[in-house]
Design a protein around this ligand. Structure first.
Ligand code: XLS
Ligand code: MG
Length: 349
Protein backbone atom coordinates (compact mmCIF):
# COMPACT_ATOMS: atom_id res chain seq x y z
CA UNK A 1 0.00 0.00 0.00
CA UNK A 2 1.62 3.28 -1.05
CA UNK A 3 1.85 5.72 1.82
CA UNK A 4 -0.18 8.89 1.17
CA UNK A 5 2.33 11.74 0.94
CA UNK A 6 1.66 14.31 3.66
CA UNK A 7 0.58 17.58 2.04
CA UNK A 8 3.52 20.00 1.93
CA UNK A 9 3.53 22.82 4.43
CA UNK A 10 5.44 25.70 2.86
CA UNK A 11 7.95 28.00 4.52
CA UNK A 12 8.04 31.62 3.44
CA UNK A 13 10.68 34.27 3.03
CA UNK A 14 11.34 37.82 1.87
CA UNK A 15 14.27 40.24 1.83
CA UNK A 16 14.75 43.66 3.45
CA UNK A 17 14.51 45.20 -0.05
CA UNK A 18 10.93 43.95 -0.38
CA UNK A 19 9.81 46.60 2.13
CA UNK A 20 10.72 49.51 -0.12
CA UNK A 21 9.87 53.21 -0.06
CA UNK A 22 8.19 53.74 -3.44
CA UNK A 23 10.88 55.56 -5.40
CA UNK A 24 10.96 54.90 -9.14
CA UNK A 25 13.10 56.28 -11.98
CA UNK A 26 10.65 59.20 -12.30
CA UNK A 27 9.93 60.14 -8.72
CA UNK A 28 11.11 60.12 -5.11
CA UNK A 29 10.07 57.86 -2.23
CA UNK A 30 6.49 58.00 -0.97
CA UNK A 31 7.03 56.17 2.32
CA UNK A 32 9.57 56.48 5.13
CA UNK A 33 12.50 54.07 5.37
CA UNK A 34 12.01 51.30 7.93
CA UNK A 35 14.94 49.98 9.98
CA UNK A 36 16.32 46.48 9.56
CA UNK A 37 15.11 45.58 13.05
CA UNK A 38 11.61 46.83 12.18
CA UNK A 39 11.62 44.64 9.05
CA UNK A 40 12.88 41.56 10.92
CA UNK A 41 10.21 41.99 13.60
CA UNK A 42 7.53 42.41 10.89
CA UNK A 43 8.74 39.31 9.04
CA UNK A 44 8.31 37.26 12.21
CA UNK A 45 4.96 38.89 13.11
CA UNK A 46 3.60 38.10 9.62
CA UNK A 47 4.40 34.40 10.02
CA UNK A 48 7.33 34.22 7.61
CA UNK A 49 10.13 31.76 8.38
CA UNK A 50 13.28 33.15 6.77
CA UNK A 51 14.89 36.31 5.45
CA UNK A 52 16.90 36.48 2.23
CA UNK A 53 19.84 38.86 1.98
CA UNK A 54 22.15 40.72 -0.31
CA UNK A 55 25.66 40.74 1.10
CA UNK A 56 25.29 44.43 1.98
CA UNK A 57 21.92 43.83 3.65
CA UNK A 58 23.80 41.49 6.00
CA UNK A 59 26.86 43.74 6.33
CA UNK A 60 26.09 47.30 5.18
CA UNK A 61 28.83 49.01 3.11
CA UNK A 62 30.58 45.66 2.86
CA UNK A 63 33.14 46.98 0.36
CA UNK A 64 34.48 49.45 2.90
CA UNK A 65 35.00 46.91 5.70
CA UNK A 66 37.88 44.67 6.73
CA UNK A 67 37.41 40.91 6.88
CA UNK A 68 37.49 41.14 10.68
CA UNK A 69 34.73 43.79 10.70
CA UNK A 70 32.66 41.77 8.21
CA UNK A 71 32.97 38.70 10.43
CA UNK A 72 32.01 40.71 13.52
CA UNK A 73 28.89 42.17 11.91
CA UNK A 74 27.87 38.87 10.32
CA UNK A 75 28.07 37.23 13.76
CA UNK A 76 25.91 40.00 15.23
CA UNK A 77 23.33 39.36 12.50
CA UNK A 78 23.48 35.61 13.16
CA UNK A 79 22.62 36.26 16.83
CA UNK A 80 19.75 38.58 15.86
CA UNK A 81 18.30 35.95 13.53
CA UNK A 82 18.76 33.18 16.11
CA UNK A 83 17.05 35.25 18.84
CA UNK A 84 14.17 35.91 16.45
CA UNK A 85 13.97 32.25 15.36
CA UNK A 86 14.38 33.31 11.73
CA UNK A 87 16.56 31.43 9.21
CA UNK A 88 18.84 33.04 6.64
CA UNK A 89 17.67 31.62 3.30
CA UNK A 90 20.22 32.93 0.81
CA UNK A 91 22.87 35.62 0.38
CA UNK A 92 23.31 37.35 -3.01
CA UNK A 93 26.38 39.49 -3.85
CA UNK A 94 24.96 42.89 -4.87
CA UNK A 95 27.29 43.40 -7.79
CA UNK A 96 25.30 46.04 -9.63
CA UNK A 97 25.86 49.20 -7.56
CA UNK A 98 29.64 49.55 -7.41
CA UNK A 99 31.47 51.86 -9.88
CA UNK A 100 33.63 48.78 -10.51
CA UNK A 101 30.75 47.03 -12.30
CA UNK A 102 29.61 49.77 -14.67
CA UNK A 103 30.55 47.54 -17.60
CA UNK A 104 29.60 44.27 -15.94
CA UNK A 105 30.88 42.20 -13.04
CA UNK A 106 32.14 38.69 -13.89
CA UNK A 107 31.94 39.46 -17.65
CA UNK A 108 33.34 43.00 -17.57
CA UNK A 109 35.86 43.92 -20.26
CA UNK A 110 38.06 45.17 -17.41
CA UNK A 111 40.02 42.39 -15.64
CA UNK A 112 40.18 44.48 -12.46
CA UNK A 113 36.37 44.63 -12.40
CA UNK A 114 36.14 40.87 -12.93
CA UNK A 115 38.56 40.35 -10.03
CA UNK A 116 36.54 42.71 -7.81
CA UNK A 117 33.33 40.78 -8.59
CA UNK A 118 34.92 37.42 -7.74
CA UNK A 119 36.54 38.68 -4.52
CA UNK A 120 33.25 40.25 -3.40
CA UNK A 121 31.47 36.96 -4.16
CA UNK A 122 33.94 35.00 -2.03
CA UNK A 123 33.33 37.40 0.86
CA UNK A 124 29.60 36.89 0.28
CA UNK A 125 30.14 33.15 0.78
CA UNK A 126 31.97 33.85 4.05
CA UNK A 127 29.03 35.97 5.23
CA UNK A 128 26.53 33.28 4.23
CA UNK A 129 28.39 30.60 6.18
CA UNK A 130 28.47 32.76 9.31
CA UNK A 131 24.75 33.63 9.24
CA UNK A 132 23.80 30.01 8.50
CA UNK A 133 23.05 29.81 4.77
CA UNK A 134 24.72 27.43 2.31
CA UNK A 135 23.07 29.00 -0.73
CA UNK A 136 24.43 31.91 -2.79
CA UNK A 137 22.12 33.48 -5.37
CA UNK A 138 23.68 35.00 -8.47
CA UNK A 139 21.31 37.42 -10.17
CA UNK A 140 23.59 38.38 -13.07
CA UNK A 141 22.31 41.95 -13.24
CA UNK A 142 25.03 43.51 -15.38
CA UNK A 143 26.23 40.42 -17.27
CA UNK A 144 25.00 41.58 -20.64
CA UNK A 145 25.33 44.57 -22.95
CA UNK A 146 23.61 47.60 -24.36
CA UNK A 147 25.17 46.61 -27.68
CA UNK A 148 26.44 43.13 -28.52
CA UNK A 149 29.62 44.30 -30.31
CA UNK A 150 30.98 45.54 -26.96
CA UNK A 151 31.33 42.00 -25.67
CA UNK A 152 31.63 38.41 -26.87
CA UNK A 153 28.97 35.93 -25.71
CA UNK A 154 31.23 32.86 -25.73
CA UNK A 155 33.92 34.65 -23.74
CA UNK A 156 31.25 35.85 -21.30
CA UNK A 157 30.13 32.26 -20.69
CA UNK A 158 33.75 31.30 -20.04
CA UNK A 159 34.15 34.20 -17.58
CA UNK A 160 30.95 33.18 -15.76
CA UNK A 161 32.14 29.57 -15.47
CA UNK A 162 35.54 30.73 -14.16
CA UNK A 163 33.85 32.93 -11.54
CA UNK A 164 31.49 30.17 -10.36
CA UNK A 165 34.37 27.67 -10.25
CA UNK A 166 36.28 30.07 -7.96
CA UNK A 167 33.25 30.18 -5.63
CA UNK A 168 32.91 26.39 -5.63
CA UNK A 169 36.62 26.06 -4.79
CA UNK A 170 36.39 28.68 -2.02
CA UNK A 171 34.02 26.56 0.07
CA UNK A 172 33.33 22.85 -0.42
CA UNK A 173 29.76 22.99 0.89
CA UNK A 174 28.40 26.17 -0.68
CA UNK A 175 25.74 25.85 -3.37
CA UNK A 176 25.11 28.41 -6.08
CA UNK A 177 21.64 29.23 -7.46
CA UNK A 178 21.66 31.20 -10.68
CA UNK A 179 18.69 33.58 -11.02
CA UNK A 180 18.05 34.05 -14.74
CA UNK A 181 16.54 37.27 -16.15
CA UNK A 182 16.43 38.31 -19.84
CA UNK A 183 16.97 42.05 -19.39
CA UNK A 184 16.95 45.04 -17.01
CA UNK A 185 19.10 46.76 -16.15
CA UNK A 186 20.87 45.47 -19.27
CA UNK A 187 19.34 45.80 -22.70
CA UNK A 188 19.96 42.05 -23.15
CA UNK A 189 21.37 39.78 -20.45
CA UNK A 190 23.49 36.69 -21.05
CA UNK A 191 21.65 34.10 -18.94
CA UNK A 192 17.97 34.87 -19.70
CA UNK A 193 16.16 31.63 -18.84
CA UNK A 194 16.34 28.53 -16.66
CA UNK A 195 17.61 26.58 -19.65
CA UNK A 196 20.61 28.91 -19.96
CA UNK A 197 21.21 28.76 -16.21
CA UNK A 198 21.28 24.96 -16.06
CA UNK A 199 23.40 24.74 -19.21
CA UNK A 200 25.89 27.13 -17.57
CA UNK A 201 25.84 24.96 -14.41
CA UNK A 202 26.81 21.92 -16.51
CA UNK A 203 30.07 23.62 -17.57
CA UNK A 204 31.28 24.23 -14.00
CA UNK A 205 33.69 22.06 -11.99
CA UNK A 206 30.92 20.68 -9.78
CA UNK A 207 27.54 20.95 -11.56
CA UNK A 208 25.77 19.21 -8.66
CA UNK A 209 26.47 22.30 -6.51
CA UNK A 210 25.11 24.74 -9.10
CA UNK A 211 21.34 25.06 -9.41
CA UNK A 212 18.83 27.81 -9.97
CA UNK A 213 16.27 30.23 -8.62
CA UNK A 214 13.21 31.06 -10.71
CA UNK A 215 11.40 34.38 -10.53
CA UNK A 216 7.89 34.64 -11.97
CA UNK A 217 8.41 38.10 -13.48
CA UNK A 218 11.72 37.11 -15.10
CA UNK A 219 10.11 34.15 -16.88
CA UNK A 220 7.28 36.37 -18.10
CA UNK A 221 9.79 39.00 -19.30
CA UNK A 222 11.43 36.20 -21.32
CA UNK A 223 8.03 35.45 -22.88
CA UNK A 224 7.86 32.10 -21.07
CA UNK A 225 5.43 30.40 -18.69
CA UNK A 226 6.85 30.40 -15.14
CA UNK A 227 5.14 27.06 -14.41
CA UNK A 228 7.02 25.46 -17.32
CA UNK A 229 10.26 26.95 -16.03
CA UNK A 230 9.53 25.45 -12.59
CA UNK A 231 8.78 22.02 -14.11
CA UNK A 232 11.94 22.21 -16.20
CA UNK A 233 14.21 23.09 -13.27
CA UNK A 234 12.63 20.45 -11.05
CA UNK A 235 13.14 17.82 -13.77
CA UNK A 236 16.85 18.30 -13.01
CA UNK A 237 16.33 18.55 -9.24
CA UNK A 238 17.78 22.06 -9.44
CA UNK A 239 15.10 24.49 -8.25
CA UNK A 240 16.68 25.54 -4.96
CA UNK A 241 14.98 28.89 -4.42
CA UNK A 242 12.00 30.73 -5.80
CA UNK A 243 10.89 34.36 -6.19
CA UNK A 244 7.13 34.43 -6.71
CA UNK A 245 5.64 37.71 -7.87
CA UNK A 246 3.85 38.95 -10.99
CA UNK A 247 4.34 41.05 -14.08
CA UNK A 248 2.01 42.83 -16.51
CA UNK A 249 3.58 42.13 -19.89
CA UNK A 250 6.95 42.93 -21.39
CA UNK A 251 8.11 46.11 -19.70
CA UNK A 252 10.33 46.99 -16.73
CA UNK A 253 10.44 44.40 -13.92
CA UNK A 254 7.41 45.20 -11.80
CA UNK A 255 7.76 42.77 -8.89
CA UNK A 256 3.97 42.87 -8.41
CA UNK A 257 2.23 40.84 -5.68
CA UNK A 258 1.85 37.15 -6.52
CA UNK A 259 -1.28 36.58 -8.67
CA UNK A 260 -1.85 40.31 -9.10
CA UNK A 261 -1.96 40.14 -12.89
CA UNK A 262 -2.04 36.50 -13.97
CA UNK A 263 -4.12 34.38 -11.60
CA UNK A 264 -4.14 31.45 -14.07
CA UNK A 265 -0.33 31.55 -14.32
CA UNK A 266 -0.14 31.73 -10.52
CA UNK A 267 -2.47 28.71 -10.21
CA UNK A 268 -0.26 26.72 -12.57
CA UNK A 269 2.91 27.74 -10.75
CA UNK A 270 1.46 26.36 -7.53
CA UNK A 271 0.34 23.20 -9.39
CA UNK A 272 3.90 22.75 -10.62
CA UNK A 273 5.34 23.24 -7.13
CA UNK A 274 2.86 20.77 -5.66
CA UNK A 275 3.38 18.02 -8.22
CA UNK A 276 7.15 18.31 -7.94
CA UNK A 277 7.25 18.36 -4.14
CA UNK A 278 8.98 21.76 -3.92
CA UNK A 279 9.83 22.44 -0.28
CA UNK A 280 10.36 18.80 0.70
CA UNK A 281 14.12 19.34 0.73
CA UNK A 282 13.86 22.51 2.83
CA UNK A 283 13.38 25.00 0.00
CA UNK A 284 11.59 28.24 0.85
CA UNK A 285 8.96 30.20 -1.09
CA UNK A 286 10.17 33.80 -1.30
CA UNK A 287 8.08 36.71 -2.57
CA UNK A 288 10.32 39.12 -4.44
CA UNK A 289 7.63 41.80 -4.46
CA UNK A 290 7.44 45.56 -3.91
CA UNK A 291 4.51 47.69 -2.71
CA UNK A 292 2.88 49.87 -5.38
CA UNK A 293 4.26 53.43 -5.25
CA UNK A 294 0.76 54.52 -4.26
CA UNK A 295 0.78 52.31 -1.15
CA UNK A 296 0.30 54.30 2.07
CA UNK A 297 2.72 53.82 4.97
CA UNK A 298 0.05 52.00 7.00
CA UNK A 299 -0.11 49.35 4.24
CA UNK A 300 3.67 49.00 3.87
CA UNK A 301 3.74 45.20 4.19
CA UNK A 302 0.34 44.32 2.71
CA UNK A 303 1.88 43.19 -0.61
CA UNK A 304 3.77 40.49 1.34
CA UNK A 305 0.75 39.48 3.44
CA UNK A 306 -1.41 39.34 0.29
CA UNK A 307 1.15 37.35 -1.74
CA UNK A 308 1.39 34.71 0.98
CA UNK A 309 -2.43 34.68 1.38
CA UNK A 310 -2.91 34.26 -2.38
CA UNK A 311 -0.32 31.47 -2.46
CA UNK A 312 -2.04 29.55 0.34
CA UNK A 313 -5.47 30.01 -1.25
CA UNK A 314 -4.09 28.70 -4.54
CA UNK A 315 -2.62 25.70 -2.72
CA UNK A 316 -6.18 24.95 -1.60
CA UNK A 317 -7.43 25.47 -5.17
CA UNK A 318 -4.81 23.04 -6.47
CA UNK A 319 -5.63 20.45 -3.83
CA UNK A 320 -9.40 20.70 -4.46
CA UNK A 321 -9.09 20.65 -8.26
CA UNK A 322 -11.12 17.74 -9.68
CA UNK A 323 -8.16 15.92 -11.20
CA UNK A 324 -10.16 12.76 -12.19
CA UNK A 325 -12.62 14.97 -14.10
CA UNK A 326 -9.73 16.81 -15.72
CA UNK A 327 -8.18 13.49 -16.76
CA UNK A 328 -11.50 12.48 -18.37
CA UNK A 329 -11.55 15.67 -20.42
CA UNK A 330 -7.90 15.12 -21.38
CA UNK A 331 -8.57 11.48 -22.40
CA UNK A 332 -11.38 12.79 -24.56
CA UNK A 333 -9.21 15.68 -25.86
CA UNK A 334 -12.01 17.96 -24.72
CA UNK A 335 -9.80 20.88 -23.82
CA UNK A 336 -12.58 23.45 -24.17
CA UNK A 337 -14.34 21.75 -21.26
CA UNK A 338 -11.06 21.50 -19.36
CA UNK A 339 -10.40 25.20 -19.90
CA UNK A 340 -13.85 26.12 -18.60
CA UNK A 341 -13.48 23.77 -15.67
CA UNK A 342 -10.28 25.53 -14.56
CA UNK A 343 -11.86 28.95 -14.96
CA UNK A 344 -14.94 28.01 -12.95
CA UNK A 345 -12.82 26.33 -10.29
CA UNK A 346 -10.82 29.55 -9.89
CA UNK A 347 -14.06 31.54 -9.85
CA UNK A 348 -15.28 29.33 -7.04
CA UNK A 349 -18.25 28.14 -9.11
C1 XLS B 1 16.03 41.66 -9.64
C2 XLS B 1 16.20 40.41 -8.90
C3 XLS B 1 16.74 40.66 -7.52
C4 XLS B 1 17.35 39.42 -6.96
C5 XLS B 1 18.06 39.66 -5.67
O1 XLS B 1 15.29 41.70 -10.63
O2 XLS B 1 14.97 39.71 -8.84
O3 XLS B 1 15.67 41.07 -6.69
O4 XLS B 1 16.36 38.48 -6.75
O5 XLS B 1 19.04 40.57 -5.82
MG1 MG C 1 14.44 38.26 -7.64
Amino acid sequence: MTMAIKPQTYRFCFGPWNISEGADPYGPTTRPTQSFDWKLAKLKELGFDAMMFHDDDAVPDVDSKSDAQITKEAKELRKKLKDAGIAAEIVAPRLWFSPMTIDGAYTSNDPKARQYAIERSLRCIDIAKIIGSDLIVLWLAREGTYLRESKNGKRSVEYLVQAIDKMLAHDKKIRIAIEPKPNEPMDIAYIPTIGHALALASLTQEPKRVGALIETAHAILAGLDPADEIDFAMSFGKLWSLHLNDQNGLKFDQDKPFGSNNLRLAFNQVRALERNGYGRRGEFVAFDVHPFRTTKVEHTVDHLVNSRRTFLKLVEKVRTFDEPMAQKYIADRNYQALDQMVIEHLLGQ
